[in-house]
Design a protein around this ligand. Structure first.
Ligand code: HEM
Length: 466
């Protein structure tokens, strides 16, 4: 295991212990906002491209912008989307990340139909309503509220409504509770015994898939006249003769979309609010931009229009800067379909490759003072799509299909929050990476309506513990 066979020169690095490789070091929790210590130490020792062994597989780790770019551009040709077995066990063998070629394109189009810009334009008022209702409820709480949980609930409900018309207030079963502990379980040691995050994920998947299957079955038995949600669209497709879609693929897709949408976006939103709490001058700028939108509005009771949304320049810079620092996806995995030679190194066919976004996003040679939260660094820059130095939403053909949806939700929530409310951090807000981002103690804040701030008789005594 120490010296794997290779026709050329393997990148430097250690293969760790037999079977275990360097898995334990990779997953060891850290509280750093910087490049994960596992990566940083090895970059120092071996350079930007190095080899290791994770969960029983030889892996080349790439922190090199040119190799990353090459990998994204060669998707489906020299490289192919590949995720550790933990992923396929949890997301299903036919999930969108494991499909390739024609079937993959077919599914991607289906998803873009739902979450692409045209659909989002129509969804804007629904997103705003969800944000306003959530904020209203949170501000009515006497005690402080936990933001990660609250935003996750809001986003899950909105996505589940779009996909399957699921209404958590009317359903007897709680679909979302099956997705808890997923981020920890996805990139984790695949030990399926009670107590591990991986085991919790597998149990959650089983229950959620059973619920989704029942729902799809019920809907098939009682089809609706108007096409309203993604389920209806899927059923329509399943009925077509010669269709590529199967019930199993449709259910796996539903499952991935539910997870991918709420967990990533709620983490990003919570992190944005944490960063804003720590950076009052950035908060001021955000407030100025969003209050100016309200001032320009002719009808004060109307909601955010698409034009207004598109004009939120600073808000988009802030979202991009949050995504750069949050590094919600700490590793993007691929497999080499054939032997690859790059910058003097050989990557043997069949090896896994992990593109490492945090190393790119926190590179001091590219980002001045890389750990500083400075949305203005994006001024005048193109914020759509990926570049060699920004890949929070992936890159190439597999660029995240939910990027626009995530941005709409974040921008609209932040707009409502800073124009109508104030908040005060109470406790939590500290982060841990394993290597996925987590808030182990949540992020507890007290939210008050702006015009009520001065009317409260007993202003709570806020203590910022972090
Ligand atoms: C802040 C929020 C989000 C972040 C940081 C994020 C990040 C990413 C990244 C890095 C990838 C690329 C994975 C790869 O190349 O292997 C990806 C793919 C994907 N994302 Fe997102 N995402 C977010 C929100 C969403 C939302 C809201 C949805 C659902 C609507 C979504 C659905 C997907 C799907 C289905 C893929 C797989 C696409 C493919 O294989 O072509 N994501 N995301």
């Amino acid at each position: 295991w120490r010296n794997p066979s290779c026709n050329g020169k393997l990148p430097p690095g250690s293969m760790g212990f037999p079977l275990l490789g360097e898995t334990l070091q990779f997953f060891s929790p850290n509280t750093s906002c910087d490049i994960p210590p596992f990566i940083k130490q090895r970059m120092k020792r071996y350079g930007p491209i190095f080899k290791t062994s994770l969960v029983g597989r030889p892996v080349v780790v790439s922190t090199d912008p040119d190799l990353n770019y090459f990998i994204f551009q060669q998707e489906g040709k020299i490289f192919q989307s590949w995720y550790p077995d933990t992923f396929t066990e949890i997301f299903g063998k036919q999930n969108v990340g494991s499909l390739h070629g024609f079937m993959y394109k077919y599914l991607k189009n289906m998803v873009l139909n739902l979450f692409g810009p045209e659909s989002l334009k129509k969804m804007l008022s629904e997103v705003e309503e969800a944000a306003c209702t959530t904020l209203q409820q949170l501000s009515c709480q006497e005690n402080c509220v936990e933001l990660k949980e609250a935003t996750a609930r809001m986003i899950f409900d909105l996505t589940a409504k779009k996909l399957i018309s699921y209404d958590s207030t009317k359903s007897s079963e709680n679909l979302r509770e099956n997705f808890v502990a997923f981020i920890q379980g996805l990139i984790s040691f695949p030990l399926d015994v009670p107590g591990t995050a991986y085991h919790k994920c597998l149990q959650g998947r089983k229950r959620a898939m059973k619920m989704l299957k029942n729902m799809l079955q019920e809907r098939r038995e009682m089809p609706r006249k108007q096409q309203k949600d993604f389920f209806d669209y899927v059923i329509e497709e399943l009925r077509k003769e010669g269709t590529l879609l199967t019930e199993a693929i449709a259910l796996d897709l539903m499952f991935v979309l539910l997870f991918a949408s709420f967990e990533t976006t709620s983490l990003a939103l919570t992190y944005a609010i944490k960063l804003l709490s720590d950076n009052p001058s950035v908060l001021n700028q955000l407030q100025e931009e969003n209050e100016a939108i309200l001032k320009r509005r002719k009808n004060p009771n109307s909601g955010v229009t698409w034009q207004e949304y598109k004009s939120m320049t600073f808000t988009f810079q802030l979202i991009t800067e949050t995504a750069r620092l949050a590094n919600i996806v700490p590793g993007i995995f691929r497999k080499a379909l054939r032997e690859v030679n790059f910058k003097g190194y050989t990557i043997p066919a069949g090896w896994a490759i992990m593109v490492c976004p945090p190393a790119v996003h926190l590179n001091p040679a590219k980002y001045q003072d890389p750990l500083a939260f400075n949305p203005s660094r994006w001024e005048g820059m193109e914020l759509n799509g990926a570049t060699k130095h920004f890949m929070a939403f992936g890159g190439g053909m597999r660029f995240c299909v939910g990027t626009d949806f995530a941005k709409v939700q974040m921008a609209v929530f932040l707009h409502s929050l800073v124009t109508k409310y104030r908040w005060q951090p109470i406790k939590g807000g500290n982060i841990v990476r394993t290597p996925g981002l987590q808030f182990p103690n949540g992020f507890h804040v007290q939210i008050t309506k702006k015009d009520q701030t001065h009317q409260r008789k007993h202003e709570p005594e806020y203590t910022t513990t972090n």
